[in-house]
Design a protein around this ligand. Structure first.
Ligand code: FDA
Length: 393
């Protein structure tokens, strides 16, 4: 394509969706990506099965400095719209817990669907293309310098995603481009990411690697009830990934390892009936032994219930119902699923995704300061924001 009207940088979920919609409107669309394949993150997502959306999508499932921004796009292109798209291509899928929807076969089904739609609507997807410079033209439009020559376009869509998994081609390109045009970027950090141990905790807990327990993890007024997984490096599992998006360096999190049991009350009741039973025996009925030993002081564990004073019960209850942990940090972008922060939503129209400051410049997907929970919410944001921009570019 020699004279595209719309250039989209990033052949990921949001960029391809935007391209399809603009293509449907008869626009000449060129998608550029430096990677050797389109939709790499889609392919690796959900363990290769892509958790492409969720039966229940609400603005509350997203983090942003402007929590209202995502509402418009999410209500105009919903999970039902994406399901209709999937159904049109007869892609088999299934529901897992919390309404999460995954492909039955492979995430390839989604990428193939997006690429065939691009093809059908005359969209060109150009891979292995390095963008060296972007400039605004004098009258209107943009001029891009690439390693394959220069390209002019009336509209430019930035769909370069976040910083997670640099090995897969993630770059800060979108943020730098925004800054180049005077558009502010909310400070970024890794989200949906495992925590690492502090040195003193590593000594105590690294040996628990492989243990997974259902728990409620809380921080900043948010609570997630799902599994917590102990690893050599720290804590992982869905409950931890969810809370990590709300966590900032230096803060603590609270973990209730027995969310269905008020341990103090339970032990008090049992104290009357099972006076000679050791605390250890009771606790190892409800939690893995190694975990109990790592968290509860050995002297307490060896007490029989009749020797367990209320203050002892309180101590045990605090450790297991209200375990307060200060992570050392996170594993960072190397393993994070998303980037929290990004292009300031206040600088972009929630209807069109166009920059308020620079006419013809659009931002879609994860590059924006909209971050979804684990569970298909990030893809739904990519589809919805890409779809909206596609109606206007
Ligand atoms: P995306 O990252 O998909 O695409 C950006 C594109 O821009 C890439 O193709 C990249 O190569 C290109 N690009 C970047 N810099 C460039 C440059 N300088 N020049 C040219 N091209 C450039 N979400 C979800 O809802 N369900 C799930 O199951 C998962 N699972 C999951 C697993 C893992 C391991 C990760 C890392 C992430 C997830 N996610 C997820 C998150 C989800 O993948 C993510 O939010 C979306 O892919 C974002 O879509 P975008 O199109 O915005 O960016």
């Amino acid at each position: 394509m020699n004279n595209p009207e719309v250039v989209i940088i990033g052949a990921g979920a949001a960029g391809l969706m935007c391209a399809i919609e603009a293509g449907k409107r008869g626009r000449r669309v060129l998608v550029l990506d430096h990677a050797n394949k389109a939709g790499k993150k889609i392919l690796m997502s959900g363990g290769g099965r892509c958790n492409f959306t969720n039966y229940s999508v609400e603005p509350e499932n997203y983090l942003s400095q402007n929590p209202h921004f995502c509402k418009s796009a999410l209500s105009r292109y919903t999970q039902w719209d994406f399901l209709a798209f999937i159904n049109r291509y007869q892609i088999p899928y299934h529901e897992r817990e919390h309404g999460q929807l995954f492909c039955d076969r492979s995430a390839k089904d989604i990428v193939n669907m997006l690429l065939s739609e691009c093809d059908h609507h005359g969209v060109e997807v150009r891979l292995r293309c390095k963008i060296l410079k972007v400039q605004r033209k004098e009258q209107s439009g943009f001029s891009l310098t690439t390693d394959g020559g220069s390209i002019d376009a009336e509209k430019l869509v930035v769909a370069t995603g976040g910083l997670s998994i640099p090995k897969m081609g993630a770059t800060p390109f979108g943020y730098r481009l925004a800054e180049q045009f005077g558009i502010s970027v909310i400070a970024t950090r890794a989200g949906l990411v495992p925590f690492t141990w502090r040195e003193e905790d590593k000594v105590k807990f690294a040996g628990l690697s492989g243990i997974a327990v259902p728990a409620v993890v809380s921080h900043a007024g948010k609570h997630f009830r799902e599994n917590v997984l102990f690893t050599h490096r720290g804590l992982s599992g869905p409950a931890i990934l969810q809370i990590s998006s709300y966590w900032r360096s230096g803060e603590t999190i609270e973990i209730n390892l027995l969310p269905d049991l008020d341990l103090i009350e339970d032990l008090k009741k049992r104290r009357d009936r099972h006076a000679n039973v050791k605390v250890k025996t009771l606790l190892t009925h409800v939690l893995p032994k190694r975990l109990v030993q790592a968290l509860v002081n050995e002297t307490l564990l060896e007490l029989t219930l009749q020797n367990c004073a209320d203050r002892h019960l309180k101590e045990i209850g605090a450790q297991l119902n209200h375990w307060v942990l200060k992570p050392n940090g996170t594993e960072g972008y190397r393993t994070a699923e998303v980037t929290v922060g990004g292009v300031d939503c206040n600088a972009v129209s929630s209807k069109t995704m166009e920059s308020r400051r620079v006419q013809g410049l659009y931002f879609v997907g994860e590059v924006l300061d909209v971050t979804g929970w684990l569970g298909g919410y990030n893809f739904q944001w990519a589809w919805a924001s890409g779809w909206c921009a596609g109606q206007f570019v």
